[in-house]
Design a protein around this ligand. Structure first.
Ligand code: CTP
Length: 433
């Protein structure tokens, strides 16, 4: 029997896919179809696949052409599959011509002419183009424009570089389906509300506002209007970080007793950000990042929160802050700083082992589980493409499109982050050095 194998994402199944499967089937007696998993697609830079895996599998099945459907989950799987299923022919569309010649050592490779004028990307773009306006300045604003180009179905729209110019900001909101807000902390709450009033979905740098109640109101307002309000801490959307949290929750290091995290930078990246009027400082800048693993792992109900802080008197903002959070079962010791340098690592200590994420942990690509006996150590690696902003943009777009509200950073967590900022500004439990 001549067995043929082909692979694809088969998102939004179209007649190009059907033609491909018919031609592949005609090459032999038995057709194996490999459907790619979400993880595999994200890993190879294919973001914004719209349909869940099982739906894509169902569509392939309904053609009646596949004798067997398998999942493609990892790089290098094709060679394994060819050997495992006794494949004679590997078939794939002509857009891949040359890319799979290396499989010729294992079976015959056939490139099938692609159907002209149709693709999943084309269908996605036709139906779902979301224009993202940008309100804010700094290096992030420039990066956003290019990162949008990697998120299929999203395009960068108008940019307002001065968040203080309210008319210009309102103009951007009018022209956009969604806006990314990158303003000084003190301005964000107002801008988020304006954008929601203009019927824009909002992705906002964290903290969304400096007050817990204000953030709560904003989420409620967004929900009532059927809009997405999205807290943008990009680390939360990296696969390595979500994997780390899953492993910890699954008991990989036993019961967690402490979390130590630091985020510091030598120079303030945006000097306009750091002053008493903007309410910027090391905590407002880096605080949401260091709080993220703590809230994800220990939860939101800490018992005590205190700060030790050193002020930059020229700018009247904190240049270094240590946050101590006490939970019934554990403790977090977090450091944020600008003009103060520290090792930017993350350590999660448990009763069986600890997790170590090297600096800069907030751009997590790699982490280790370390045991007393280092022969048992395990390493995890997940590649990040570009600046990594595209992953949060892709998730934001998914929520906008589907109407789902299963946020990676829940409104409760976002409120808690604002709540920590509020406590800090109130000077309660705050000690100066
Ligand atoms: N294919 C084809 N003709 C098309 C579109 C796809 O022959 N017009 C083939 C591809 O070459 C591949 C298979 O169908 O062998 C599955 O492709 P997939 O990447 O899932 O589909 P695309 O429509 O190309 O998706 P995208 O636009 O997301 O790349």
């Amino acid at each position: 029997m001549k067995k043929v194998i082909t692979y694809g994402t088969f998102d939004l199944f179209h007649h190009g896919h059907l033609n491909l499967l018919k031609r592949a089937k005609a090459l032999g007696d038995y057709l194996v179809v490999g459907v790619t998993t979400e993880d595999f697609d994200i890993n190879r830079g294919k973001l914004n696949v719209q349909q869940p895996l099982m739906e894509r599998v169902r569509q392939v099945k309904e053609t009646g052409l596949a004798d067997e459907i398998i999942l493609e989950e990892y790089e290098g799987q094709k060679i394994d599959d060819i050997q495992k299923y006794g494949i004679s022919i590997f078939a794939i569309g002509s857009d891949w011509r040359g890319a799979f010649d290396y499989l010729k050592d294992y079976c015959e490779v056939v490139y099938i002419d692609r159907t002209e004028g149709i693709s999943s990307t084309f269908i996605r773009e036709q139906t779902q183009m979301v224009t993202l306006g940008i309100i804010g300045r700094g290096t992030m604003a420039d990066r956003l424009v290019s990162e949008c180009g990697h998120v299929c179905g999203m395009q960068a729209g108008a940019v307002c570089n001065d968040p203080g110019d309210s008319q210009a900001a309102l103009n951007v909101m009018e022209m956009s389906d969604a806006v990314y807000i990158l303003a000084e902390p003190a301005r964000r709450g107002r801008l988020v509300r304006n954008a929601l009033e203009k019927n824009c979905h909002v992705i906002c740098e964290s903290p969304v506002s400096l007050y817990g109640d204000e953030t709560k109101d904003l989420y409620e307002y967004a929900q009532n209007r059927g809009l997405v309000l999205f807290d943008a801490i990009k680390t939360a959307y990296f696969r390595a970080f979500s994997r780390l949290v899953l492993l910890v929750k699954g008991g990989a290091i036993g019961r967690v007793k402490s979390i130590d995290a630091a985020c510091t930078s030598m120079q303030p990246s945006n000097s306009w950000f750091y002053n008493s009027e903007s309410k910027g400082g090391s905590l407002a800048d880096w605080g949401p990042f260091v709080l993220l693993p703590v809230f994800k792992i220990f939860g939101l109900d800490y018992k005590e929160c205190s700060f030790i802080c050193s002020m930059d008197n020229d700018r009247d903002s904190d240049m270094f802050t240590q946050i101590n959070l006490l939970y019934p079962c554990g403790v977090a010791n977090l450091k944020t700083g600008y003009g103060v340098k520290s090792e930017g690592s993350l350590v999660v200590s448990g009763t069986k082992a600890y997790i170590y994420v090297p600096s800069p942990w907030w751009k997590t690509e790699y982490f280790e589980i370390r045991y007393e006996n280092f022969n048992n150590n395990r390493r995890y690696f997940y590649k990040i493409d570009g600046e990594g902003i595209r992953y949060e943009l892709a998730e934001f777009l998914r929520l906008v499109r589907t109407g789902e509200r299963n946020f990676t950073i829940s409104s409760d967590m976002s409120q808690k982050i604002s709540g920590v900022m509020e406590k800090f500004l109130s000077n309660k439990n705050k000690y100066f050095i």
